[in-house]
Write a protein that binds this ligand. Structure first.
Ligand code: WT7
Length: 634
């Protein structure tokens, strides 16, 4: 095996240059030297970004689990692949070796086949952070089934929408989940969802909480007895490079979630390449990403990226505040974590607590710290740097998206410099650009614009499941010939990028990507609500919190306003999940609209953030008079 590791600054610049001058040979070398192929490609890349069409490693054949598991058996069979840390400190961690992972995944894959799952079928995975989640994902990949992991914090309605959108034949879930001091009855949520889903034939249930569950005959099966009877030999399905690997839903600016589709070879190459470089992973390191596998971060940087590199990856079932606010640091000390990757919202929440929680642990094993999911503010960056990294561990502020499959802009620790609140430089192979409102590229430094990627990269999503037109319109029409990220960014005097936030109707709350439209749709289902508009406003822990402006129908007028607010939030929790609840609700008599009827969120955002002096020109509104009423009613 060769190496795709970048070791010093000079090499970074040289590699970057060659990746731009000759992208195909750049990626070809990486793919050649670092992976197991059943058959090599005929052509590296075919693309037409105007039509949103991209193919990488054409006609190559492979199985990603051979790359993530089988190939490590020769040299590293007994090495820990997944180190599982349970929710409860009393329960013992589990060290799952590559050999055991191979057995578990093979058995699980045989169970899937036995239950009629074939290459190309969709399987929905709705599980807490238990080892079965990793086994289920990899078992799907082993037989070529397309996994669609739905974060186990989503409600039954949100789950049903996602199951139906991709017509999943099977759901893999558990009786329940432990999250801090709480137990959540996941199977009940699945039962509720499945009332709306005709496509599901089989449900597999892992036992975790041993809570009471009902098994529907011929539909629901306990997982463990099936695994016990399954063979531990499972021939991997040979996949084409462009065969789908997974679907992962993300919010959009209309109500329907977007099922981002990732394919096999390009995703694998990019996840592995970025993992190795951004975490500077070395043999014997113990790497921990605190994300949930229900998000893209967990897919790429808990499972596929680390495992493709034969790494030890930690999977944590619990939450940072249980049994107390020192839990993360207790785990870092216990397992001698070398790379620690988390979200700014978690850092801010922990920074509010007593310093003792972090100071009482030995964190000297840490070499690299990472953040992801939203811009990290200066204060949180310094707290992380001072108290966790003790000013000696570089912080990689990694910018990327569900759609990009892997990290795009980030420092490479010990190789390129860091700068607080900056994601800094693109990885070799990635060509960002900033665009102005007229679609022209803004060249030079010390500029700000809309962030686009000008050339394809291997792990870009290939389409939105079932709706290629929407994929094209969302990402490839604003700036034709490039991929538009939806983010704004600035480039400083030396060319470092800083992401300034979304420029569309998506709001990042505690690192979760929430579209305004689905939340508004949920609120509007309340019988007393006529219309609503959601905006984000700054929040010291969550980054952004949600502010809802709600117009009531007449039937709402006589009702207790506080109760109504609770009911509205309950509606949101039921339709989407508790993460989308509103921090503030204001009842208003009208919403500011343009003459074409579009809600002027810009104005609502300013009011929510108490920036009412500078509302800009409101005279062009259809109804400028409502603005004053909204400000007064705050
Ligand atoms: C959006 C993508 C990438 C996995 C987790 C979120 C924001 C992400 C950063 C960062 C500033 C960031 C962007 C992006 N974002 N990382 N380091 N600095 N903003 O994935 O749910 O698809 O959200 O998260 O706005 O577009 P996602």
């Amino acid at each position: 095996m060769g190496s795709y590791k970048i070791d010093n600054l000079e090499q970074y610049f040289a590699t970057y240059r060659s990746s731009v001058e000759n992208p195909e040979s750049f990626w070809e070398t990486i793919a050649e030297e670092n992976f197991v192929w059943r058959k090599k490609w005929d052509k590296v890349l075919e693309h037409n970004l105007k039509e949103a069409e991209v193919k990488w490693f054409l006609n190559a054949k492979l199985n990603i689990t051979e790359n993530c598991i089988d190939r490590h058996l020769e040299t590293n069979a007994d090495k820990t692949a997944i180190l599982w840390e349970p929710n409860d400190t009393e329960e013992k961690p589990r060290h799952i070796s590559y050999k055991e992972l191979h057995e578990q995944v093979s058995k699980f894959a045989n169970v899937l086949r036995e239950k009629g799952i074939q290459k190309g079928d969709r399987v929905c995975i709705y599980l807490p952070m238990i080892p079965e989640l990793a086994f289920a994902v990899l078992a799907c990949a082993r037989i070529g089934a397309i996994h669609s992991v739905v974060f186990a914090g989503f409600s039954s309605t949100a789950l049903a929408t996602r199951i139906n959108d991709s017509e999943c034949k099977m759901v893999i879930t558990s009786d329940g989940a432990f999250r801090g001091g709480k137990t959540i009855d996941l199977k009940k949520i699945v039962d509720e969802a499945l009332k709306e889903c005709e496509c599901v034939e089989t449900v597999l249930v892992a036992e975790r909480t041993k809570s009471n569950i009902e098994l529907v005959p011929n539909r629901d099966f306990l997982l463990q007895p099936l695994l016990d009877n399954a063979s531990q030999h499972c021939e991997p399905e040979i996949m084409d490079a462009e065969d789908p690997l997974f679907i992962l839903y993300t919010s959009g600016s209309t109500g329907k979630p977007k099922g981002m589709l990732h394919t096999t070879a390009g995703y694998m190459v990019y996840a592995a390449y970025t993992f190795k470089n951004i975490f500077q992973y070395q043999e014997n390191d113990i790497y921990w990403c605190t994300a949930d596998v229900g998000w893209i971060t967990g897919h790429s940087y808990i499972l596929y990226g680390p495992l493709a590199n034969g790494a030890t990856t930690v999977m944590f079932e619990g939450v940072p505040s249980y049994p107390d606010f020192g839990r993360f640091w207790e785990i870092v000390q216990k397992h001698k974590i070398t790379q620690f990757y988390t979200a700014p919202t978690a850092i801010r929440a922990l920074a509010k607590e007593n310093l003792d929680f972090v100071e009482k642990y030995d964190l000297s094993s840490v070499k690299v710290l990472g953040t992801v999911g939203e811009p990290i503010n200066e204060e949180a960056w310094h707290w992380y740097n001072d108290h966790v990294g003790k000013k000696k561990s570089p912080i990689v502020d990694t910018w990327w998206q569900t759609e990009t499959g892997g990290i795009m802009i980030s420092p490479i620790p010990y190789v390129t410099p860091t700068k607080p609140t900056y994601a800094t430089l693109p990885l070799p192979g990635i060509q960002p650009g900033l665009m102005d409102e007229n679609g022209k590229e803004i060249l030079g430094n010390q500029v700000e614009g809309r962030l686009c990627i000008k050339f394809p990269w291997p792990s870009m999503a290939r389409t939105i499941w079932g709706n290629h037109q929407r994929y094209k319109e969302t990402y490839f029409t604003a700036f034709p010939g490039t991929y538009f990220t939806g983010d704004g960014a600035l480039r400083d005097e030396v060319g470092y990028y800083r992401i300034t936030g979304r420029v569309d109707d998506v709001i990042i709350v505690s690192g979760h990507n929430l579209g305004t439209a689905p939340i508004e749709d949920a609120i509007n289902e309340h019988p007393a609500v006529a219309e609503s508009a959601i905006v984000g406003f700054p929040h010291d822990v969550k980054g952004n919190a949600l502010y809802g402006y709600v117009i009531l129908k007449e039937i709402g007028e006589g009702r207790n306003r506080e109760n109504l607010k609770k009911e509205i939030n309950q509606e949101i929790a039921d339709k989407i999940g508790p993460i989308a609840k509103l921090d503030k609700i204001q009842f208003v008599s009208g919403l500011p609209k343009t003459r074409s009827g579009k809600i002027m969120r810009r104005i609502l955002r300013k009011i929510a953030a108490n920036e009412t002096e500078n509302l800009g020109d409101i005279s062009t509104l259809l109804n400028p008079e409502v603005v004053e009423g909204i400000i007064k009613g705050k």
